[in-house]
Design a protein around this ligand. Structure first.
Ligand code: 5GP
Length: 120
């Protein structure tokens, strides 16, 4: 399990398009792309293009409020584009005990099947 060391992550290369990804939504602040290891028929990651200290949600500060709202709204756009607006889940794993593996804040948008609650 990884910990937050502040180093650049693979998502920087995805943002720079040095590593290919299947982009679902993009604007000047936000990128959404399909997870390489999908846990549901729809599994999209929504990330800020500028990490700006947001290695994980637990590092959020008041100044991040605008981008945090934009990420959540982008999750809704992704859900609509993927045809799961009637039922979808948004997840943020924060830290090793929550199985965060990439330390660049990301929202998981999951759907396309019946989701269980509580998650494991
Ligand atoms: P975490 O475990 O940090 O919440 O989620 C990281 C997610 O990033 C995982 O679901 C993993 O499958 C995904 N991921 C890791 N590397 C890549 C990659 O190179 N491309 C894509 N599309 N997804 C990745």
């Amino acid at each position: 399990i990884n910990a937050d060391n502040g180093a650049p992550t693979i998502f920087d290369k995805i943002i720079a398009k040095e590593i290919p990804s299947t982009i679902v939504y993009e604007d000047d602040k936000v990128l959404a792309f399909k997870d390489i290891s999908p846990q549901a028929p729809v599994h999209v990651l929504v990330i800020p293009k500028f990490r700006d200290g947001l290695t994980q949600l637990g590092k959020a500060e008041q100044r991040h409020g605008e981008i945090l709202g934009q990420l959540l709204y982008a999750a809704r756009i992704v859900a609509e584009k993927e045809g799961i607006l009637d039922g979808f889940r948004v997840v943020i794993n924060n830290g090793p005990s929550a199985c965060q593996s990439v330390y660049h804040l990301h929202l998981h948008v999951l759907g396309g099947r019946q989701m269980k609650w509580p998650p494991g």
